[in-house]
Structures are given as C-alpha cells and as structure tokens.
Design a binder for this molecule. Structure first.
Ligand SMILES: NC(=O)c1ccc[n+]([C@@H]2O[C@H](COP(=O)([O-])OP(=O)(O)OC[C@H]3O[C@@H](n4cnc5c(N)ncnc54)[C@H](O)[C@@H]3O)[C@@H](O)[C@H]2O)c1
Length: 444
C-alpha cells in the first residue's frame, strides 16, 4: 500500500511527535486538532508541549511543507487517531460495592465521526488511543461503516498501541517494537507497512483486540507492581524498617524486581488504563481494582506522614517541590502531587508549589511559586514530591539560609540524607519511620 498523505487526529504528546516523524520521512501529513490554541501555536511555528527534541522536528516538518495543520480532516490515504481517552471525573460504575471509573470515549467517537466524510475505498484507519478492549471493533468500526464502506473489505482498520516513554518519545517512537492489530490480517499488513516508514524496532502483526489488550496489560502490570511497593512502604513504616533498603536487598534475588514506592500513581496512562479492564469486566478484576485503591490512597498516606511530623496542619506553611506526575516532565495529568497539595490544604495548611517544568500552570486552588526560593522562604516544612533531577541536585548548603524550614519529607528517596542533615535539616523519608528505627537500633 502506498502512503502519500496521512491525516493525524489529535496533536498532543503522541499525535504531534508521530505526525512530525512521518513528515520527516517525506510523507505529507495533515495534523488535525479541535483545540484552536494548538492549531494557532503550530501555525505560528511553535509547539504547545514540552518534549525533548520535539521543537526541532516540528519546526523542520512545518518548514518543509510536509506538515500542515487544520481543525478539520481532509481526504487522505491514512487516518490515524491519537486523541485523549481519560475517565469521566464525575460519574462511576458500581459492582458488588466497588465503585469504578468509566472511560470517556467521546474524543474517539467524535474523531472517528470527523473522518466519515473523508473516508474512501482503499484507506487505512488506525486507532492509537489507549482504549477499552473491543473499542476498534465495537465502537470505531460501526461508526466508519456508516459511510456505506465495509471495514476489512473496502478499507483497512487497525489498532496500534503507543508505548513511548514521555521524555524519550522521539527515540522510542522509532526504536520500540510496535504491535499492529488488524480487524483482518490484510488490515494488520497495511498497518505494518505504514509504521515500517520509520519504525526500526520489530513490527508484530496481530488482531485488533489483542493489540488493545497488550497495551492495557502493560500498564495494569505496572500499576499492580507499584501498588505492592506502596503497600510495602506502609508495612515498613509499621515495622520500623527502611523500605528502600529492604527493596534493594530483595532485588538482589535473581527473580525479584520490586518497583519504587512514592506519593501515588499519576499520568494519563497507568492511573487510567487499569480502569478500562475493571469497567469492562468488574467481576474478573478484584486485584486490579484493589491495586488502584492502594495507589489512589497513597496521597493520604503522605499527608498522614506530614501530620506525624508537624502535628496539626492548621496554619502551617508547606513548600511542595514538584507537581508533575513523574520526574523531568511537564505533564500534570492525574498527578498524585496535586492531590497531596489539595489534601494538605483541606487540613488547613498553606502550600506553595514549585514546579520548574510548568511555570505557566494555572490550577484551581493551587498557589504556584515563581522560584524555588520564593516557595521555601517562609515554609515550616519542605515536601519533596517529584524526583526531578533539578531537585535531587539542590545543594542544601546553598538553600539553608534561604528558608525557615528545618524539616524535609522526601517521598521519592531522592535526597542525600546525610548531606541535608549535615546542613541542619531533619530528613524524613516515605517508607521509613525514623523514630521507630532509632528506637530499634538503640535496643540492638
Ligand atoms: N502521553 C503518553 O505518554 C501516552 C503514551 C501511550 C499512549 N497514550 C495514549 O494516546 C492517546 C493520546 O494521548 P496524548 O497524551 O497524546 O493526549 P493529549 O491530551 O496530549 O493530546 C490529545 C490531543 O487531541 C486533541 N483532540 C481532542 N479531541 C479531538 C478530536 N475529536 N479531534 C482531533 N483532536 C482532538 C486535543 O485537543 C489534544 O491536543 C491517549 O489515549 C493516551 O492514553 C499516551
């Protein structure tokens, strides 16, 4: 199959790198987004998201004329859908007393409907958005067939999950193995040929529902594994053990690989995707559900720790370092750090947040500092929430005179405790009950 023109719907963290990578490989790409700000920014030759190397690739794709943008799709050889698939904020399903989240598939539905007038015989449509099992066959296919064309006969239809790591998207897009699931083997082959334009990793053909499940299984496995690490952090505090030491010793076993605990699980993927299994099969997913509960409960555990250290939080001032859902990215979606901040405020604390990756963040009820110094100046306590490299390299000797705080809680094991303590700070770490450990050591 020849691909002269591709229409990419959704120009976010996934769609924009994908569109510009196709354009860099000589294909004409029309990038479509319903957000006028996105279209305007790109038309002005700029980008609206932070991803290393992306600005250069997008600029040269726009300059070459291979990438153009528009609010509406046009006829093309391929339509690639990379729109958001979050869960609904305000509605839940319920099974056996367990409340679960519901996938919001409105963007996939409307993007698919937008393709309808442009769909022609011989086209290929690929869904990349992470979706509940059977979305390609039960949601996308019937919409496209309203055109009068038959999927698998008149046009090809695939699901291909995106598995890139934010911060490394451009490299992983090319190097990662790619799973392409077709609704027919011919569709899978067409999808294979499309990605072969730039993918250097293996491209594996399968059916669409398997490909959907592969993506959900990957992220669900991560979520469950993080949940056990978080539960270990609670157990370690109860038993006066340093969870970080215990994990590193357990991981010396050749078949054990325990992940790191932290303030919770966020982002657009790992904290969302397991719900797609729970929603579609609540009777089969008690473990997945429970892991979600543990990880969603972790911000409360952090707040309890702050209360153990400070007592009542009423009128206490806290400097929170980091708001992103993981280190060295600007993505705040579903961030557990945001939840920690809101919970601290509910307890009466005043919280100033320093997030160097998102200086323009405008989040309801959150007071963003304009610099590290202004965040920590009047603080009673510094709460280290995200392991940004910039934070792990803060020199305590340089900031100790700039803050009132003498206590720091490290939720991500990112600080050199001895160095901070040598500069007059008391450091508490998540998963470590300092008092209990001190008592135990004195009894040995
Ligand atoms: N970000 C990641 O690291 C990642 C990794 C793997 C999979 N995914 C999945 O990829 C999909 C896209 O994620 P993202 O991070 O790129 O989202 P995003 O929010 O960064 O970007 C999505 C874009 O789609 C646009 N959009 C919404 N509805 C649209 C429509 N009907 N037509 C055209 N554009 C529309 C939005 O304006 C936005 O610019 C999601 O399903 C996500 O779960 C994301």
């Amino acid at each position: 199959m020849k691909f002269q023109k591709i229409c990419v719907l959704g120009l976010g963290y996934i769609g924009l790198p994908t569109a510009s990578t196709f354009a860099a490989h000589g294909i004409k790409v029309l990038g479509v987004d319903t957000n006028p700000h996105v279209i305007e920014t790109l038309q002005n030759g700029s980008i609206h998201i932070h991803e290393p190397g992306l600005r250069t690739v997008v600029e040269s794709a726009l300059d070459s004329g291979n990438l153009t943008v528009s609010p509406r799709p046009e006829e093309a050889d391929v339509f690639l859908i990379a729109v958001p698939t979050p869960f609904y904020e305000d509605s839940h399903g319920e099974y056996d007393g367990r409340k679960y989240r519901l996938a919001d598939m409105r963007a996939v539905t409307s993007a698919t409907e937008a393709i309808l007038p442009c769909l022609r015989k011989g086209n290929l449509v690929v869904l990349e958005s992470t979706s509940p099992p059977r979305t390609t066959v039960d949601l996308v296919k019937p919409i496209l067939e309203r055109s009068g064309l038959k999927a698998g006969i008149d046009f090809h239809l695939c699901y291909s999950p995106e598995r890139v790591l934010p911060g490394q998207i451009l490299r992983e897009l090319i190097e990662n193995a790619r799973v392409v699931g077709g609704i027919t083997p011919e569709s899978a082959k067409a999808g294979h040929d499309l990605y072969a334009t730039f993918v250097k990793g293996e491209i594996i053909e399968t059916d669409a529902t398997t490909a959907e499940m592969v993506k959900l299984m990957e992220n669900t496995t991560r979520d469950v594994n993080i949940a056990i690490a978080n539960e270990f952090s609670r157990l370690a505090e109860k038993f006066g053990v340093d969870v970080w030491e215990a994990i590193s010793l357990a991981n010396r076993h050749p078949r054990i690989n325990i992940l790191s605990p932290g303030p919770g699980v966020g982002g657009h993927c790992i904290s969302v995707d397991p719900w797609f299994f729970v929603e579609t099969a609540p009777e089969l997913t008690p473990l997945i559900y429970q892991a979600r509960q543990v990880n969603d409960g972790q911000p409360h555990f952090v707040v309890e720790k702050v209360k153990q250290v400070l007592g009542s939080l009423k009128d206490k001032k806290i400097a929170a370092l980091g708001l992103a859902y993981k280190p060295d990215v600007d993505d705040l979606r579903e961030s557990p750090a945001t939840q920690v901040v809101h919970l601290l405020q509910k307890e009466g604390a005043t919280v100033k947040v320093w997030e160097p990756f998102k200086l323009d963040a405008n989040i309801q009820d959150i007071d963003m500092a304009t610099s590290l110094d202004s965040a920590i100046q009047d603080a009673d306590l510094i709460l280290f929430l995200v392991k940004h490299t910039e934070f792990t390299t803060i020199k305590p000797e340089e900031i100790s005179s700039k803050t009132r705080a003498r206590v720091i809680i490290d939720c991500v094991n990112g600080l050199n405790t001895i160095q901070w303590e040598n500069n007059g700070f008391t450091v508490y770490r998540l998963g470590v009950n300092n008092l209990k450990i001190a008592n135990q050591q004195s009894q040995i």
